[in-house]
Design a protein around this ligand. Structure first.
Ligand code: AMP
Length: 586
């Protein structure tokens, strides 16, 4: 094989590097981190720092930290870093050099060639500057490809049917939408539109303003005058945004945020997803306008689009997906991580140039949508069983999502929750996979909030829990084999049928060996728990000691239950371990 060629996404906010190895695309991690924040700084000792550490110091030492250098590429300008000036190419080269070093360390060999991605709208001067940055970093840039092309390649490297793909890319500071044509492996950008100054940072800013206003009205303190507090508020705002991508509410707590007139001020406030979505609505509208412009540019209407590919961390914001589904009538792809698909596409392109075989990028996704039925609109009329999707088809596994629902009449003390699997807007046309009641709700007016959390793991086990938000009253169920296309009744019948067969075949054996229980492998809970332990252990090398210790404790509890054949006892530690794995992998 020829010398390895790296695939690099040199992003405004984050950068990544990937390769193709034995036909598989592999994003190269630095320790346990696949994403390198595109920050460059000088630390207290005058040393150059890149990535997470530079990002951490940005809020406190902006004068010796540089972010978003990509915005300046192609301009004849210099940036100051701790009293020294650098060209944008030089700063980008520092990021590229770091990525190169990460890759070389992992590969155990030098890597001097790369495919680097650039936005479709980049001018010649911007492309040239990117090329120069590569050269400064000691990389031979064998090709530069457009980011939407790379994203489409990550999905369609081996597809032969012609397709029109809309690539919606919303990162930290930029938004791009492109209409891409794929035909016989050739990917061509037909039109592109976007806004160079729109992204997740704007969303954070809205939450920051909300928190500053809250502190002003509650404590009459102007947080802007306290730089350390502002650094914490900024970090808390982004974290809150992440939580709101998964849950309908977030509680923002920052204790001892600042001292004001001799007393400590603690920040404690709740923000709902609904309030947050209102804050960012104008931005989302602007992206949808750009989508229409891009369609127009390609002389298309929405019905000409076959697939939607989401790129960029901000596309995890649920209302974006909803708006796109409303507009196009189908689910966007989300099999490939939105942060990683550009670098993966770059690696695929690199492998193609190198004459390497590339297999389709495979990840675990759910082939069905899971949700519940609620009063809503169906065909323009109020209908009590409107399907409300919670975990969408094609989402990456494991997956956990929470939605809020409301009681429908005053004094409602019970809610009945039914879980369905399917795609039909009428829940009754989908497959019912479980139901339960939550009783003893407080006696209040209609509108009492019940949050419903669905958590689907790699083994197809769906945990469902419903909680009365005001009191924390909770009820949950576990649905095994949720990934199966059987409904649970059919599945139970099939299970009984098969186990009765085994019963007949094996009963004589069991009678002879009364003290011996059947092999664990036939107890699905134990098999699942074992698989989970193997999965957890496979993460050990990439995680912190603290996480590892937590996991080892839980694994010991699970092993104890496996040895004691305590199936009921497995529920809690298995859920805890699943949660940790989910957190580590997301
Ligand atoms: P990118 O430039 O593609 O790396 O995207 C970075 C942006 O995505 C930042 O503004 C992040 O705050 C945002 N982001 C990352 N994860 C999430 C999430 N789960 N929900 C909402 N925004 C996110």
């Amino acid at each position: 094989m020829n010398e390895i060629i790296l695939g690099i996404d040199l992003g405004t906010t984050n950068s990544e590097v990937a390769i193709v190895e034995q036909g598989q695309v592999k994003v190269i991690a630095d320790g346990d981190k696949k994403i390198l924040p595109s920050y460059v700084g000088i630390d207290d000792n005058g040393e150059i720092i890149v990535g997470e550490t530079a990002r951490n110091q940005f809020l406190l030492y902006p004068e010796r930290t540089i972010k978003s250098i990509k915005r300046l590429m192609g301009q004849n300008t210099q940036v100051e870093l701790a009293g020294q000036s650098y060209s944008p190419q030089e700063i980008s080269a520092i990021i590229l050099k770091r990525l190169k070093a990460i890759a070389e360390k992992q590969l155990g060999q030098t890597a001097s060639k790369a495919v680097i991605t650039v936005p479709a709208y980049f001018s010649d001067a911007q492309r040239q500057a990117t090329h120069e940055a590569g050269e400064i970093a000691g990389l031979d840039v064998v090709r530069m490809i457009n980011e939407p092309t790379a994203a489409a390649l990550a999905y369609d490297a081996n597809q032969s049917e012609p397709k029109h793909v809309l690539v919606y890319d919303l990162g930290g500071g930029t938004f791009d939408v492109s209409v891409v044509n794929i035909e016989e492996g050739v990917v061509e950008v037909l039109s592109s539109h976007g806004d160079n100054h729109l992204g997740g940072d704007d969303f954070d800013q809205q939450i920051i303003e909300f928190l500053i206003d809250h502190l002003q009205t509650t404590y009459r303190v102007n947080a802007r005058e306290h730089s350390k507090a502002m650094a914490r508020i900024t970090r808390a705002a982004e974290t809150a945004k992440f939580v709101l991508s998964e849950q309908p509410y977030v509680q923002i707590n920052e204790e001892y945020l600042l001292e004001f007139e001799g007393s400590a001020i603690h920040l404690s406030v709740e923000l709902s997803r609904m309030e947050y979505e209102e804050m960012i609505e104008d931005y989302i509208n602007a992206t949808m306008d750009a989508v229409h412009m891009a369609l127009k540019g390609a002389k298309f209407t929405s019905s000409d689009i076959d697939e939607i590919v989401l790129v960029g961390g901000s596309t995890r914001t649920p209302c974006i997906r909803e708006r796109l589904i409303n507009e196009f009538g189908f689910e966007p792809h989300s099999e490939v991580d939105a942060d990683l698909c550009v670098t993966m596409g770059a690696a695929i392109q690199a492998a193609m140039i190198n004459g390497q075989q590339v297999d389709t990028v495979l990840v675990d996704i759910t082939p069905y949508t899971y949700g519940t039925g609620a009063i809503g609109l169906l065909n323009g009329e109020t209908y009590p069983f409107t399907f409300v999707p919670i975990i969408h088809k094609n989402s990456i596994l494991p997956n956990r999502k929470t939605e809020a629902f409301y009681t429908s009449y005053d004094g409602q003390e019970t809610v009945e929750i039914t879980i369905y699997q399917g795609e039909d807007p009428d829940a009754l046309n989908n497959v019912k996979i479980g139901e339960f009641h939550v009783e003893g709700l407080q006696n209040v007016e209609a509108g009492n909030i019940i949050t419903l959390t669905l958590s689907l793991d790699l083994n197809g086990i769906l945990h469902v829990s419903a909680e009365e938000k005001a009191t924390g009253l909770e009820k949950s169920i576990t649905i095994k084999n949720a990934l199966s296309s059987f409904d649970s009744d059919t599945l139970d019948t099939a299970k009984q049928k098969i186990s009765s067969l085994f019963g007949k075949l094996d009963s004589s054996l069991y009678l002879q060996n009364e003290l011996e229980t059947p092999d664990d492998a036939v107890i699905p809970e134990i098999e699942e728990a074992r698989l989970l332990i193997i999965k957890a252990e496979s993460l050990f090398e990439q995680i912190s000691n603290e996480d590892k210790e937590d996991m080892i404790d839980i694994i010991e509890t699970i092993s104890g239950c496996i040895n004691a054949k305590d199936i009921a006892g497995l529920d809690e530690p298995v859920e805890q371990l699943n949660d940790i794995i989910y957190y580590l992998e997301s």
